[in-house]
Design a binder for this molecule. Sequence first.
Ligand code: HEC
Length: 171
Amino acid sequence: MKTPSIGPARRSVLLILGALAAAGGALAAAAPGQRPPPPPSVYADYHPGFADMMTMAVQPRHTKLGLAIRARNWTYANYEAGELRGAFTRMARSIPSYEGEDTAGILAQITPSLDGLRKAIQDKNAAKADAGYAELTASCNQCHESQGRGYIVIRAPAASSYPDQDFTARR
Ligand code: HEC
């Protein structure tokens, strides 16, 4: 018996159905309640290093915190102190080891000065906040010294580098 041949029109219908079934299969790969895998990122191979994170996540927050304390903007200063702490935590998670040392371990040396400053800010104690900020800045430099980076010197900001942000407290 002669097998019926599939005509070109039927073949393309079958191809389309096949493609749809494959696409459906890919979608169904994510079980219900699970997120589908993220699309491949153009930044997949960009991994900010220690110095990148210092420059983009730590330094701006140190600057803003200084400007907020100078403006006695306690609500915002409290927020920014929390953000600075968060930046250090995320750094340790992203780069667990720095030059053979445990990152969380070396970053812990900043914790006491951050704690003290946070308390002064929450108490709205201007004198203690000023002293706490100087202490925090000294801790930045102490760590730089301890890591052989004594040439990276941090100080209180002389002026705002954010012309589009108002650091004074809202009433
Ligand atoms: C636990 C140690 C540690 C602490 C705490 C620390 N740093 Fe750093 N920082 C480093 C190291 C190490 C580098 C150099 C990284 C590299 O080049 O690999 C660095 C680099 C930097 C850089 C980059 C230098 C440049 O000009 O490009 C800046 C800016 C910086 N730190 C700011 C700060 C500020 C501000 C603080 C405090 C709020 C701080 N750091 C606290 C260890 C520390």
